[in-house]
Design a protein around this ligand. Structure first.
Ligand code: C5P
Length: 229
């Protein structure tokens, strides 16, 4: 794996207030990262028009964490598929029936990965308990036909062991050096994330609030490469 491959595993969370700021950052990071993640803040402010614009240059993870009755979630997944995003997520806590309906809806869109949130990386749950719950929810997601899960780096190894190597893990809660962990609890640095087998690293504030976002993204990629050693 080379630097280019690592950039394709880095997802920058565009948790910005409006399209102008989001697109400015997209332009700055254009050649440096493969994915952008659109979450609640930006989507509520700017909606699908911005997602379409991002899709012209990058892959997009629509991180809206659907959690509702099975029918409503399945319909939301259809809308995400029609929009053309490459990744979308639901809460595994929504239960098996919801996950199965979501997975059926996603199967009409082979280029879109459907991912379940296991335990939020900001959750205060003790690490050992978080691991058990994350593995249990990952198995539920795998059995329902989902492609993978969002989890902390600390749970990747156990999840891969339980669900198989090709089951995708997407890990937020990435911090390095003297960075403030903010509201995240179960954090790890980019090298450790890659070492543990995380497929995609989600990084928000350490890049988007950096004085030099390009340098921060490049530093993350360099550390990811160290994780391969
Ligand atoms: O700024 P920071 O790097 O903490 O951003 C992490 C991003 O990942 C945020 O957009 C957050 O909503 C998202 N996320 C998370 N934990 C999850 C799922 C998504 O932190 N379980």
């Amino acid at each position: 794996m080379n630097e280019g491959d690592m950039r394709q595993r880095l997802m920058v969370a565009l948790d910005m207030p409006d399209a102008r700021q989001a697109l400015h950052l997209r332009d700055q990071l254009a050649e440096h990262v493969g994915w952008f993640k659109v979450g609640l803040r930006l989507f509520v402010a700017e909606g699908t028009a911005l997602v379409r614009e991002l899709l012209e240059s990058h892959k997009v993870f629509l991180d809206l964490k659907f959690h509702d009755i099975p029918n409503t979630v399945a319909q939301a997944i259809e809308s995400a598929g029609a929009l053309g995003v490459q990744m979308v997520n639901v809460h595994a806590a929504g239960g098996s029936e919801m996950l199965k309906r979501a997975s059926e809806a996603a199967s009409a869109f082979p280029d879109m990965q459907l991912i379940a949130v296991t335990v939020l990386t900001s959750d205060n749950m003790p690490a050992q308990q978080a691991k058990l719950v994350a593995v249990e929810r990952a198995l539920l997601a795998r059995d329902a036909g989902l492609h993978g899960v969002v989890c902390s780096v600390h749970e990747v190894e156990s999840i891969k062991k339980a669900c198989g190597d090709s089951f995708v893990t997407v890990t937020p809660g990435i911090r390095w050096g003297r960075q403030d962990v903010q509201d995240q609890k179960r954090v790890a640095d980019p090298a450790m994330a890659v070492q543990q087998g995380s497929d995609y690293l989600v990084i928000g504030r350490p890049i988007i609030q950096a004085a030099m976002p390009v340098d921060a993204a490049d530093e993350a990629v360099r550390m990811m490469l160290q994780g391969l050693d």
